[in-house]
Ligand binder design. Structure first.
Ligand code: NAI
Ligand code: MG
Length: 498
């Protein structure tokens, strides 16, 4: 078999160069000189090394971001010029789309075709969308009345100002796209950033940072520290020089971020886990609902915070939908992400493999029936068979907890009230799906679902214009759309006596 580096022809130059972190416009090693290993999850082999940055490196990066924020070319730049740089980032991502797709595929394991069709163009589109916002962030004027100051006149208005230095911590499931979701609004609002990619997938963030310098981003506006969560991530989340932390990852670490931020009350947005219900009614068009329900869980090998992992199926079509989704699962072609005909790659790491197979073993012990899949596949890499489980319910770990793998639990239901209550029986509230041809039924169910996104007769549709985030323990705040701009701005009220 050809090595990963040989297989990735577009990314060859980037792969061969030594990897450094970006601090104040310079490419640097970690102060202590330590590195961490980067794996190809399809082979389970080390393909690269990046610096293992820690608290000392974070200090330097935060100081650079602070200087760039307070007094620099960036803080004095017009909104139009800022927007133009952000737009160029989008253009450069598209120009290097094949290379970025390869980097993403070998680092994360996802099919290169999927990275090329989804992750990369979505990242570019996010920057193009946010570029337009740079010139459209503004306050309002207010006709204030002030009852205790009769006869007085005032001019009152608001200013929208950037929050400041932002620490951004992103996960490994969509490494480039999650970085884009966070960087786009930070730059549009005029913030400066220290970004920490996940230790499992640091490569695309480093390539993106090169492209952002090429686009004209001044030194210190973006700093990238590669390193582990417990060291670099924790140092960033608790750093007194950081004004806001934006995090995507596990609910467990999300709570640690909130605690770290409590010391100095920095602002926090967190996008966390999910156990999203996907509801198929008997009146649905099953020709689209069955593959739709399968894709809702199997896309990105189930490593999606919004994965439709609890599949509620109306009783009288239960057997048909269960069989249809299971058939679909059995036909998915597993393979190495860099192979052009691969439909599903490996899980990202040996830890995730052990985690997911641990859930499957727990299900078996608890008497949950495996309709298809249920185990690791192959001798190399971290592959798990697309899995459909039947007969799980509250009290079973596979039903209660986020698995973050290609594993769906199917549950029958008999009426709308029952499924609405069951759908909400979770600590999470990220997304939900509804499949029906009866739009009245859908519209009545939508307000009952405690979820940040509801998809009807579709699933996993993301767009730069559409806010995304969670209710309950799925997080605080929203990413994308106009809403995210508020997460990166402070409102200053100004009142002038005339
Ligand atoms: P994680 O939450 O530990 O990692 C996400 C990011 O947080 C990484 O950049 C990591 O370095 C950083 N991090 C870890 N500990 C930190 C700390 N103490 N302070 C600051 N940053 C820290 O997720 P992990 O361990 O990789 O995956 C475990 C589970 O988390 C998955 O099985 C899945 O259920 C969930 N998860 C959810 C994601 C989502 O998109 N909502 C993404 C990744 C994982
Ligand atoms: Mg972790």
């Amino acid at each position: 078999m050809v090595t990963t580096v040989e297989a990735a022809s577009h990314a060859a130059r980037f792969l061969e160069q030594p990897k450094r972190m970006l601090v104040d416009g310079a490419w640097v090693d970690s102060r202590h000189g330590r590195t961490l290993e980067v794996y190809d999850p399809a082979l389970g082999e080390v393909i690269d090394h990046v610096p293992a940055g820690d608290a000392e490196d974070v200090d330097l990066a935060v100081a650079a971001a602070r200087r760039a924020f307070e007094d620099s070319e960036w803080s004095r730049m017009t909104a139009s010029d800022r927007g133009r740089i952000i737009w160029r980032v989008g253009d450069l991502i598209l120009k290097h789309a094949d290379e970025l797709a390869e980097i993403e595929s070998m680092d994360n394991g996802k099919p290169v075709s999927v990275a090329r069709a989804a992750d990369v163009p979505l990242a570019a589109d996010l920057f193009h969308y946010m570029a337009g916002f740079a010139t459209k962030i503004h306050g309002q004027t207010f006709p204030i009345s002030v009852p205790y100051a009769p006869g007085a006149q005032f001019h009152a208005y608001t200013l929208k100002e950037p929050v400041g230095v932002v620490g951004q911590i992103v996960p490994w499931n969509f490494p480039l796209l999650m970085a884009a979701w966070k960087l786009g609004p930070a730059l549009a609002t005029g913030c400066t950033v220290v970004l920490k990619p996940a230790e499992q997938t640091p490569l695309s963030a480093l390539r993106l940072a090169e492209l952002m310098l090429e686009a004209g981003l001044p030194n210190g506006v973006l700093n990238v520290i590669t390193g582990f969560g417990e060291t670099a991530g924790a140092a960033l989340a608790g750093h007194p020089g950081v004004d806001k932390v934006a995090f995507t990852g596990s609910t467990e670490v999300g709570k640690l971020i909130v605690k770290a931020a409590a010391n100095d009350l920095k602002r926090v947005t967190i996008e966390l886990g999910g156990k999203s219900p996907n509801v198929v009614f008997a009146d649905a068009d099953l020709e689209t609902a069955i593959p739709g329900a399968a894709n809702a869980i199997f896309f990105n090998h189930g490593q999606c915070c919004a994965a439709g992992s609890r599949l509620y199926i109306e009783q009288n079509v239960y057997d048909e939908v269960l069989a249809g989704v299971s058939d679909y699962a059995e036909k998915i072609k597993l393979g190495r992400g860099l192979d052009p005909d691969t439909e599903m790659g490996p899980l990202v790491s040996v830890e995730q493999l052990e985690r997911v197979t641990g859930f499957l073993e727990a299900g078996e012990r608890e008497g949950v029936r495996t309709v298809t899949g249920g185990k690791q596949v192959g001798e190399h890499g971290y592959f798990v068979a697309p899995t459909v489980l039947d007969g799980a319910g509250p009290g079973n770990r596979v039903f209660d907890e986020e698995i973050f793998g290609p594993v769906v639990t199917a549950i029958p239901f008999s009426d709308t009230a029952e499924v609405a209550a069951a759908a909400n029986e979770t600590i999470y509230g990220l997304a939900a799906g509804i499949w029906t041809t009866d739009l009245t039924k859908a519209h009545r169910l939508i307000p009952q679902l405690k979820a940040g996104t509801v998809w009807v007769n579709t699933y996993n549709i993301f767009d730069a214009a559409l806010p995304f985030g969670g209710y309950k323990q799925s997080g605080w705040g929203r990413e994308m759309g106009e809403e995210v701009i508020h997460e990166y701005t402070e409102t200053k009220s100004v009142c002038i006596g005339l």
